[in-house]
Structure formats: C-alpha cells, structure tokens
Design a protein around this ligand. Structure first.
Ligand code: C5P
Length: 237
C-alpha cells in the first residue's frame, strides 16, 4: 500500500509492546508498526519475528550509518528478518546507500522498502553549520540529501510533513516521504515542535505518517488509530 499510518511502538519491552498490540486483536486492519532502537536493542530479532507472525508490517528504524561493506552485510540480515521497511543515514554517502540496497535485495529480486534520514529534525541549522561545518541552509541540505538518496536508488526519505512538498518537488511524486511530527488538531503536541494533523500531512504530500503518542498514550488507542486512518486515508476501519 502506497499510503499508510505507521504506529511508532516506542515501548521499552516486549511485554509493554504486546499489551498494546493485544488491543488490536479484533481489528480487521493490522496496523503497520515502527520499531526503533530502544525496543530492538532490548528484545532483539525475536520481537520482529513475533510481530510479523501476528500479521503486522514493520518499519525497523535503526538508521544504519557505517562503511558501505558493513552496512551491506547488516542489511542482508534485516532482509532475512522479513521487515517491510528499514533505513540508513543519507550522510553515509551515495555509495553507502547503494551498498545498503544491494545487501537488502534478496536472491529473487524482492526487498523491503529502503528510506534515508536526511538531517535529523533535532539538528538545528545553527548546529549543523557550527558543529558539522555544513555551510548550506538546512532546507538546501535536506533537498540535496534527498536527491542523493534518489540517485542511490532508494525509495524515499524520512522528513517533517512540512518538508514533504519540497522533497517531492525535487525528487518526484513517486519518491516516498515518511513523516513523523503528526498531531490531532485538538491533541497534545508534547516535545514535537513543527507538527501537522493527519489530514494536512496528506494534503502536503506525505506518503506514510509515523504516529506515536497520539495513539500509544491515548485513553482508547484503537479509536485514536481509527481516527488517524480516517483523517489520513479518508477511509473507515
Ligand atoms: O510520539 P510521537 O508521535 O512524537 O513519535 C514520533 C516517532 O517518530 C518517534 O518514534 C520519534 O523518534 C520518530 N521521529 C521523529 N522525528 C524525526 C525522526 C523520527 O519524531 N525526525
């Protein structure tokens, strides 16, 4: 599916994760889930296998960044884990991204989606220029990294929903944008700064939205997930 809502499963243990996922046992639509470093490093590949067994698609958000050969070998391992989406840092260079893609591609030519992180949203333009000695503006850097990602043959980038239009303009409509920083219009923003609603994210051109606490911390997570799908995809579930 080209567009979807991905729930960020930012839980510290398998126990907390499955307590949350059990809420969806009677749902026809199995949510697409994002598993990050905290949960993966705590529970290892077993949690990926168990979540796949339950019928969910998985975005494994480990943001690989190393020499090309190491990334290629690590990606081959993730590919065998049968995840649906994984990622690297575009800062690792076009060559590293090409190697990542090679590692991820199975003998039969299939592979999970591969996306890249451009500049983390936690990096300010000021820090990027002063500490990383990148003289360009943050928007120019994001567009350049997205173009590098496309040149390497990857499927898209993680970015703010507010940057999705800019990325599509530079890289084409088919190049995917996966966007966190989504909040309901009447919801709590928490520590996110630049946020949009699911409906607005779709209008700007987001392909996948990544939503954590508005669903995981809701009084009724299933209702919050359904609302998100309805607002983003315009379909009821
Ligand atoms: O709870 P919330 O909806 O803010 O969660 C957003 C998820 O997206 C978290 O897992 C967070 O780490 C991730 N993320 C983000 N901003 C980025 C990259 C990833 O919020 N630039």
């Amino acid at each position: 599916m080209k567009h979807d809502v991905i729930i960020a499963c930012d839980f510290k243990s398998a126990e907390d994760t499955f307590r949350f996922l059990d809420l969806f046992n009677n749902e026809a639509r199995k949510p697409f889930l994002k598993i990050g470093m905290e949960l993966f490093y705590a529970e290892g590949p077993a949690i990926v296998r168990e979540i796949k067994r339950r019928g969910h698609r998985i975005f494994l958000d480990l943001k690989l960044h190393d020499i090309p050969n190491t990334v290629k070998k690590a990606m081959a391992v993730l590919s065998r884990l049968d995840v649906d989406m994984c990622n690297v840092h575009a800062a690792g260079t076009i060559e590293m991204m090409k190697y990542a893609l090679e590692g991820l591609t199975r003998a039969d030519g299939t592979r999970p989606l591969l996306i890249a992180v451009t500049q983390l949203t936690s990096t300010s333009e000021e820090r990027m220029q002063r500490e990383l000695l990148i003289g360009a503006s943050i928007d120019e850097t994001i567009v350049k990294y997205a173009q590098n990602t496309r040149e390497a043959g990857l499927d898209g980038v993680v970015c703010s929903p507010l940057e999705a239009g800019m990325v599509h303009e530079a890289c084409g409509r088919d190049f995917l944008t996966i966007t966190p920083g989504v909040r309901f219009a009447d919801g709590d923003v928490a520590d996110q700064v630049r946020v949009t609603t699911p409906a607005r994210a779709r209008e700007i051109g987001s392909d996948f939205i990544v939503v954590g606490r508005p669903i995981t911390a809701a009084a009724d997570p299933v209702a919050a997930y359904r609302r998100c799908v309805e607002e983003f995809l315009g379909e009821t579930c």
